[in-house]
Design a protein around this ligand. Structure first.
Ligand code: ZN
Length: 385
């Protein structure tokens, strides 16, 4: 059964299917990015689609509910491409990338002209680290709908990235696979591997998260980093399913390099517990606190500026802030991250998992016997000191 595009009442905003990936992208004044899904980009018109409750759940960002609805519907109509697409989208929201890829491939098997399925498959494959499949799928989407400039630009970027990676050397490992420009970068790659091995256990001990998938780490020159990530000039690293770090410039100093690597690994460890739903200030706060014992920059930053930003303004990322305000955002987040570690202790893992399954910070704190008002008051007291 083929679904004509007009009858496909699922209108996916282009933002969900273009770079930055629907997951990733919290940003970092000092370093990186992490991501959030563009769930609101799924707009559903009720009516003709099968399993309307599934699309409604997707629209709300409730991946678990959507997955259950589509699973039931597929029991009755196992050949329906729209249902496989819905199941693929739900799995994606839940961070189950392999399951999502499998469902989206089925959607395309039953309807080879299913543009949205091809584009989403490209994106999920990219996040899964399968650049070849990402490119092949997006090529299909672009061929089916040649007039979507965003998808074409996305495809062009992925092709550039693939061409660049072909030239990189690899330092293989069980937990970390480090790609780098050969020769002069070999010592940096060795150091990065050693730092990450230590971080794996140290960070794991605090978050109770030990990612099982091999994590890809890409060491770029500054120019390559800008080109591939389109991060602002002040960012030196990012995490979008892979750790990407610019190893030129300031990061030539070993201490700064170590910090950035640990920082980005914290994002990876959080994402392994909660692929979605973690506010930027939680991500950045924990990453900033755990990156190094030296936290002097936090009090220095807060002492030298009067600007303050409420935490709920920092849920979606720091991209929109200029360099100076972004630094304040990191410092405030670091204070909050420290407070989370103090108040939650071993419950930090449960806290993150609750955020990942759709609870708000207040709900998760209350459930774990931390009063949100008290948390907020103590955070304010510390940032205003
Ligand atoms: Zn970060």
């Amino acid at each position: 059964m083929a679904i004509p595009a007009s009858a496909l009442l699922l209108l996916i905003g282009t933002s969900a299917l273009t770079y930055p990936p629907a997951t990733a992208t919290v940003h970092t004044a000092r370093f990186d990015r992490v991501g959030e899904p563009a769930t609101s980009a799924v707009a559903v018109q009720e009516g003709d689609l099968p399993a309307p409750a599934g699309w409604e759940a997707l629209e709300r960002g409730d991946g678990a509910k959507a997955a259950a609805v589509f699973r039931d519907a597929l029991d009755r109509s196992p050949d329906n491409p729209a249902l496989h697409f819905g199941a693929g989208y739900a799995a994606y929201l839940l961070g189950r990338l392999d399951a999502s890829i499998s469902s989206l491939k089925k959607a395309l098997r039953f309807d080879p002209r299913f543009i949205q399925a091809a584009a989403l498959l490209g994106q999920v494959a990219y996040e899964r680290g399968d650049l070849d499949l990402a490119i092949r799928s997006m090529e299909k989407a672009v061929a089916l709908a040649p007039h979507d400039p965003l998808r074409s630009q996305q495809l062009a970027r992925w092709r550039r990235e693939a061409a660049l990676h072909e030239d990189l050397d690899e330092r293989p490992g069980v937990r970390f696979r480090v790609l780098f420009e050969g020769g002069a970068q070999q010592p940096i790659a060795d150091r990065v591997s050693a730092v990450l091995e230590r971080a794996y256990w140290q960070v794991g001990n605090i978050l109770n998260s030990y990612p099982s998938e091999t994590l890809t780490v890409l060491l770029y020159t500054d120019r390559q980093f800008q080109d591939i990530t389109r991060a602002p000039a002040w960012a030196g690293g990012e995490f979008d399913g892979r750790i990407r770090v610019a190893v030129g410039g300031a990061l030539r100093t070993p201490d700064a390099l170590d910090r950035v690597m640990v920082h980005e690994f914290v994002h990876a460890a959080i994402a392994a517990l909660a692929p979605r739903g973690v506010p930027a200030w939680v991500h950045e706060g924990l990453a900033s606190v755990l990156e190094s014992d030296d936290q002097a920059w936090v009090s220095t930053t807060l002492r030298t500026t009067k600007s303050r930003i409420a935490l709920d303004q920092l849920a979606g990322g720091f991209d929109h802030l200029g360099r100076d305000l972004a630094l304040v955002a990191y410092a405030e987040s670091a204070v909050a991250g420290r407070l989370l570690i103090e108040r939650l202790g071993p419950n930090l893992m449960v806290f993150l998992q609750m955020l990942g399954s759709g609870h708000t910070v207040s709900q998760a704190l209350s459930t774990l016997h931390v009063r949100p008002e008290e948390f907020d008051a103590e955070w304010r007291r510390r940032i205003d000191k």
